[in-house]
Write a protein that binds this ligand. Structure first.
Ligand code: ZN
Length: 138
């Protein structure tokens, strides 16, 4: 029997832009809220699908890579230059646009790999408080 266990409400503050939309082509920021469910069989020896402590640790580590970063598509890296008294940390995404959809896919994929491809990942990512994408990976 499949059981889904989840962690909700992990947040990251990141900047991005989306060149496919004029309004969103300006660099701006969001608080993203990430909810993750992991689907699998209950392990009879532990009683867990995945230990919540382990799951939370993996999700937080994954989200940490995006937090307080400018998310920039790989294809735009060579075209971009930033100078100033501020610090610019990038998170490069191997996708055409750094939208919630692609960011969610990347995060779901990372969690899937960190859990050794053993579980199906269901991820809901909010971009702000009322807009979201739902990803099922793989
Ligand atoms: Zn945006």
């Amino acid at each position: 029997m499949k059981v889904r266990v989840g962690i909700e409400g992990i947040t990251m503050d990141s900047a991005h832009y989306t060149l496919s939309s004029y309004a969103d082509s300006q660099i701006h920021g969001h608080t993203y809220i990430v909810n993750v469910e992991v689907e699998g069989e209950v392990n009879e020896k532990s009683g867990f699908v995945v230990d919540f402590n382990l799951l939370k640790k993996i999700i937080k580590e994954t989200i940490q890579e995006w937090d307080h970063k400018l998310i920039i598509p790989k294809v735009d890296l060579d075209k971009s230059r930033f100078e100033g008294p501020f610090r610019v940390d990038y998170k490069v995404i191997d996708a055409p646009f750094p939208t919630a959809e692609y960011i969610g896919i990347e995060i779901a994929k990372d969690i899937y790999l960190k859990l050794n491809k053993k579980y199906r990942i269901l991820l809901k990512i909010y971009e702000g408080k009322d807009s979201y994408a739902i990803i099922e990976y793989p």
